[in-house]
Design a protein around this ligand. Structure first.
Ligand SMILES: NC(=O)c1ccc[n+]([C@@H]2O[C@H](COP(=O)([O-])OP(=O)(O)OC[C@H]3O[C@@H](n4cnc5c(N)ncnc54)[C@H](OP(=O)(O)O)[C@@H]3O)[C@@H](O)[C@H]2O)c1
Length: 298
């Protein structure tokens, strides 16, 4: 049976994708150093992407019809500190993967990032020119290019900041805020970093829709609202009935004097709203969806 390969299932977004798809018979998941995900372990494999052809070898053997490639070093801070490793995992492994996908005729859906933009203008559309200002963004931009150049059936899904509870492993910006509030610690948030936060359940719905979608090319997956991190934090805590008095505002230049984190990477999501059936909600609705009591049995 031609199948779907999902990488990065031991991560935040991949864990949710795995929870949604694991019961299918045509699915295979790939996890990294965190280990097996506690759901359908018999359909999972380990790969180390720092060995750059490790995924390509799996693809050559398995011949999937679609690869949803979510595995990456996703932290700009780690990428800044370990740039060689980041280039191997986020770019070189994608190059080998794209080559293998082309050889078996698979579709490649590559998770990219809002950090491919310099963050000067904001409200970015798919046709805007990427101009990253950090290593993470550079590797993602290069991965996008090499995927398009080597695999005819490529979709690049640029993801803005995703929020929600983890399903298995990984974490999110919203969880970081909630953990701080729970411990009664000050929550220092940037008031000049604008994003289009998207709840993880809507995001994975959109990613899964793309598996069999006629669309090809770049698509921006972000939420319907552009907000700064302070506004997001206040909305999150207020909506969940938590105390938001511990939030302190800060300008990002105080912690990032070299300006390595782009200021405004908000997305224009007109294309996603036009192409996808998945409705993309605003932040309050997204918080309601992803933090609903029935999610994760709470
Ligand atoms: N979350 C967001 O807000 C966001 C925003 C923009 C773009 N993205 C992109 O979306 C994708 C998923 O993000 P995420 O938030 O789910 O990231 P995450 O929680 O950090 O998960 C990353 C996944 O990649 C795997 N991985 C990393 N290095 C690996 C290696 N050397 N070998 C094998 N697997 C490796 C991790 O496995 P182990 O942990 O098991 O090693 C994990 O399964 C990434 O491509 C990320 O760049 C995410």
């Amino acid at each position: 049976m031609s199948s779907i390969l999902v990488t990065g299932i031991s991560g935040f977004i991949g864990g949710h994708v795995w929870a949604a798809l694991a019961e299918r018979e045509d699915i295979q998941g790939v996890y990294g150093a965190s280990g097996e995900v506690p759901l359908r372990p018999e359909r999972q494999l380990h790969a180390d992407l720092s060995i750059i052809d490790s995924l390509a070898r799996i693809v050559a053997k398995m011949e999937p019809r679609c690869i949803l490639h979510l595995a990456a070093i996703s932290s700009p801070i780690i990428c800044g500190k370990q740039s060689l490793l980041c280039w191997r995992v986020n770019h070189a492994a994608v190059r080998e993967l794209a080559r293998a996908a082309q050889q078996v005729g698979a579709r490649l859906i590559l998770a990219s990032s809002d950090q491919v933009f310099d963050g000067i203008r904001g409200n970015y559309r798919e046709g805007d020119t990427p101009d990253p200002i950090n290593v993470y963004g550079e590797t993602k931009k290069a991965a996008e290019r090499v995927a398009f150049s080597l695999c005819d059936d490529t979709i690049v899904a640029r993801i803005n900041i995703a929020f929600g509870r983890p399903k298995f492993f990984g974490s999110s910006f919203s969880e970081w805020i909630l953990a701080k509030e729970e411990r009664g610690e000050p929550i220092t948030l940037f008031n000049d970093q604008y994003r289009s936060p998207i709840d993880v359940l809507t995001l994975i719905h959109a990613l899964i829709e793309l598996i069999d979608h006629p669309f090809k090319g770049i698509i921006h997956l972000g939420g319907a609202n552009r907000v700064n991190r302070v506004t997001f934090g206040k909305m999150l805590l207020r909506h969940l009935g938590r105390d938001s008095s511990g939030i302190f505002e800060m300008q990002s230049s105080k912690l990032d004097p070299e300006g390595t984190i782009p200021v405004d990477t908000s997305f224009d999501i007109t294309l996603a709203n036009t192409v996808l059936d998945t409705p993309i909600p605003g932040i309050e609705e997204g918080i309601r969806i992803t933090y609903a009591p029935q999610q994760n049995g709470i």
